[in-house]
Design a protein around this ligand. Structure first.
Ligand code: SAH
Ligand code: SF4
Ligand code: F3S
Length: 466
């Protein structure tokens, strides 16, 4: 295959391709220095993509909105469940023909890390495979492609580095994501993340606070601190800031009005986090605390490192706070060996905790994970049945909980405008979606008071109180 890309680069800049900007000249209607980036998966992946885009933009690339218009097509992928991983391969299949048009196709993220060079076998039209623990190497890998290599990989997870970038091209104009801890050191028996994102690495607190100050200067008032186990944060700097202290320090940055954080692991959820929410109104009154199952027996098989009772003790501390704190969770149904009685325990946990919202999943066996080899798999139809029962129950709980909010007024950060006239949407501090009417002309990005006049299971309906 000819390599007009590299040739063009050398010709344009006269420099070694590593430090050069890509050519922007047109070849068959397609700019050579263009990239398309599609992201699957969690908020951490979304945010990684914002950083990857920043890296490419800082090297002179231009982002385009379709793969057709791009020279470099990148997929940042998720492998948390089988369906997510399948979606990636079907998307790659759609772009099989593109390689012959001289496009470069790269796979990033968790499928890249999990499948490694196997991706080249399954999709030989891919030329770059790089997992998130190796993104610091991305510019170098892209340069290698530019200088003629046909296949490059970044698959090391043996690293103590975090992915720092000079530029982050943020997608969300209202909420700025900030990863404070990468990777995961837990070993939940069903989960690919420890394999796909490498060991836990925390970012120094002063670097985090510096970025928050920059974000405030750019006009962001809401930041969301991210980590697969965000509350396991361990400041590597001599300051040794605790996670709860970091929440307060971020809340103190002038211009910041809301601090969110996700995902919290129950075993590391210390009472000082609740105290931080209680004492500082800018720390949002919402905790996402995945429980996974209400049965201690299943939790043990999942290697979740807490019992139902210990989890409920943590919930009691959160519910006992002086400010009401919304609690949301994740649940897996149909884990191997989950009996009807175990499942009933999950249902009774929903009654006890009364979550404000939850994400629920059918167990999906994942390669390399210990649960893959467990006996007593639950048949697919049974997993579906349990999921439906769980979701129905939660819908009733949520509707009842939301109904109690009718008549109350909440502060909403407005982040959406409906096509319907005078209809806006945004989130409360407790992370409830509010759809509301207002006759004010421009509200996006502002904080408004919304009185709740009605509810659905998943949202509040209200009106702007001027
Ligand atoms: N770090 C977070 C969760 C990350 S993955 C935590 O520890 O809670 C998001 C959710 O996907 C998990 O909470 C879990 O509910 C679900 N999940 C992870 N692996 C899964 C699997 N193999 N099958 C089904 N659901 C899974
Ligand atoms: Fe996966 Fe468990 Fe780590 Fe969450 S804590 S990312 S579920 S291994
Ligand atoms: Fe998916 Fe990886 Fe996130 S597996 S959920 S993209 S950490």
């Amino acid at each position: 295959m000819s390599k007009p890309f590299d040739v063009a680069l050398g010709r344009l800049t006269g420099e070694d391709s590593y430090s050069s900007a890509p050519s922007l000249f047109i070849d068959g209607g397609q700019e050579r220095g263009t990239f398309f980036l599609e992201t699957f998966g969690c908020q951490m992946n979304d945010h990684d993509s914002e950083k990857v885009a920043g890296v490419l933009l800082s090297r002179g690339y231009r982002q385009v909105q379709t793969p057709e218009a791009a020279r470099l097509i990148l997929y940042n992928t998720c492998s948390i469940r089988e369906k997510a991983a399948q979606k990636v391969f079907s998307r790659l299949g759609e772009y099989r023909a593109k390689q012959s048009e001289g496009k470069i196709i790269g796979v990033l993220g968790c499928v890249a890390q999990q499948e490694g060079e196997g991706i080249f076998e399954r999709a030989p039209w891919v030329s770059l495979v790089c997992g998130s623990a190796s993104y610091r190497k991305l510019p170098e890998l892209i340069a290698q492609l530019e200088s003629g290599n046909h296949r490059v990989t970044g698959l090391d997870t043996d690293t103590d580095e975090t992915f720092e970038t000079e530029i982050t091209r943020r997608d969300n104009p209202f909420r700025a994501y900030l990863t404070i801890i990468e990777g995961c050191d837990k070993a939940c028996s069903y989960c690919v993340v420890p394999y796909t994102r490498g060991p836990e690495r925390s970012r120094a607190s002063d670097a985090i606070l510096r970025e928050v100050r920059q974000l405030a200067e750019l006009g962001y008032s809401e930041v969301q601190l991210l980590g697969q186990t965000v509350n396991s944060y361990a400041d590597p700097s001599p300051r040794k800031m605790r996670f709860a202290e970091l929440l307060l320090a971020v809340a103190e940055v002038p211009g910041i009005r809301r601090v969110r954080f996700t995902t919290s692991h129950p075993s590391d959820f210390t009472p000082d986090i609740v105290a931080a929410i209680e004492t500082h109104p800018k720390v949002c009154e919402h905790v996402h605390l995945p429980v996974q199952s209400g049965s201690t027996k299943v939790l043990r098989a999942m290697q979740r490192s807490y019992t139902r009772e210990e989890y409920l003790e943590t919930i009691a501390v959160i519910r006992g706070a002086k400010r009401p704190i919304a609690i949301t969770t994740d649940i897996i149904v149909g884990f191997p060996g989950e009996t009807e009685a175990d499942f009933e325990e999950t249902l009774s946990l929903l009654d006890e905790v009364k979550y404000d919202s939850l994400f629920s999943f059918k167990y999906s066996p994942r390669p390399h994970t210990p649960s893959m080899k467990m006996n007593d798999a639950i048949p697919e139809e049974e997993r579906s049945r349990r999921l439906a029962i769980l979701q129905n129950k939660q819908r009733e709980i949520q509707t009842a909980r939301n109904r109690k909010l009718i008549g109350q007024t909440f502060e909403v950060l407005v982040s959406g405008k409906s096509r319907r006239e005078n209809q806006w949407s945004g989130y409360t501090s407790s992370y409830r979606l509010a759809n509301f009417t207002s006759h004010v002309e421009q509200l996006l990005g502002t904080y408004v008071q919304v009185r709740v006049t009605g509810v659905t299971p998943n949202s509040l309906v209200g009106e702007h109180v001027v």
